[in-house]
Design a protein around this ligand. Structure first.
Ligand code: CP
Length: 301
């Protein structure tokens, strides 16, 4: 595809090719002039630490000119729309846009208005998709467990309903043929649409953990308390917090993942987040390589 808006529908061959290329980048094999003369802008209308910084680093490592758009100090504060903002940056010669927006479908909508040579990457839209997070998560799993996902039991835990990360991870895990995908969380935080098709769904975290090879924790979005979907942080931690004692139910060599930012002491304890089974900072490191692979594929063809 010309843009990367979602992992939904991306063929296994294309997904695996990106992962193989990302692995080469992770090992330091890259051409610092690959995107020479190409301007890339990180266009974020929502906060970010990992995604925005790693895209900037990825573009810089490939030799692109990198612009960082900060909505809070931009003319969007004077009422300029996201589309007008993009079209003005496009007029300056920017060819690649990495876009995060709070509305579902916002990046796809922008893609309908860009010039023929312009490329968009979805860096997270609403609760819909975060495709490069899905990619970096698969790269991390692949490094830890090998390229054959067919025997893997993977558990995704927490606020799946509002999570674009979970949607992209689920799509990628299905495409790569994961052996068993389990999903666990309180009923109020589980989606009721087709998102969980084919997954083993449970509200019992202890039971869901039995024998899994990877536990992918999700951030409890604190605003869910205002919506009444979570009663208290203490209750959430008691029922869905990953502790060292709980983790012992998983396979002995199970890995723990979390997209960040983490709520320490809520969905995960310090002991687990910083422990030997945690790949949380490996995920972050892989984010640069995965994003290099995406920028190269879209901007060099
Ligand atoms: N995982 C992730 O998307 O983090 P940021 O919101 O900090 O980019």
């Amino acid at each position: 595809p010309r843009h990367l808006l979602t992992l939904d529908g991306l063929p296994e061959t294309a997904l695996s090719a990106l992962l193989i290329r990302a692995q080469a980048f992770a090992e330091g094999h890259y051409d610092r002039r690959a995107l020479d003369g190409i301007a890339v802008c990180t266009l974020f209308f929502e906060p970010s630490t990992r995604t925005r910084m790693s895209f900037q680093l990825a573009a810089q490592r490939l030799g692109a000119d990198v612009l960082n758009f900060d909505a809070s100090t931009s003319s969007t504060r004077k009422g300029e729309t996201a589309l007008d903002t993009l079209k003005n940056l496009e007029a300056m010669g920017v060819r690649g846009f990495v876009v995060r927006h709070h509305e579902d479908g916002a990046v796809a909508a922008l893609a309908g208005h860009v010039n023929p040579g312009t490329v968009l990457v979805n860096a997270g839209d609403g609760r819909s998709a975060h495709p490069t997070q899905g990619l970096l998560d698969m790269l991390t799993l692949r490094q830890a467990k090998g390229a054959d996902f067919s025997r893997l039991k993977v558990l995704i835990v927490g606020d799946v309903r509002h999570s674009r990360v979970a949607r992209s991870d689920l799509q990628a895990l299905r495409t790569l043929g994961a052996g068993e995908i389990r999903v666990c969380g309180p009923a109020a935080l589980l989606p009721t649409d087709a998102t969980l098709q084919g997954c083993v769904v449970s509200q019992d975290f202890d039971a869901a953990l039995e024998g899994v090879d990877a536990v992918m924790m999700l951030r409890l979005q604190r605003e869910r308390m205002d919506e009444g979907l979570v009663t208290s942080l203490d209750d959430y931690h008691r029922d869905y917090g990953l502790t060292a004692a709980r983790l012992r139910r998983a396979a002995a060599d199970a890995v723990v993942m979390h997209p960040g930012p983490i709520n320490r002491g809520v969905e995960i304890t310090d002991e687990v987040a910083d422990g030997p089974q945690s790949l949380i900072l490996t995920q972050v490191r892989n984010g640069v390589a995965a994003r290099m692979a995406v920028l190269e594929a879209l901007l060099r063809g």
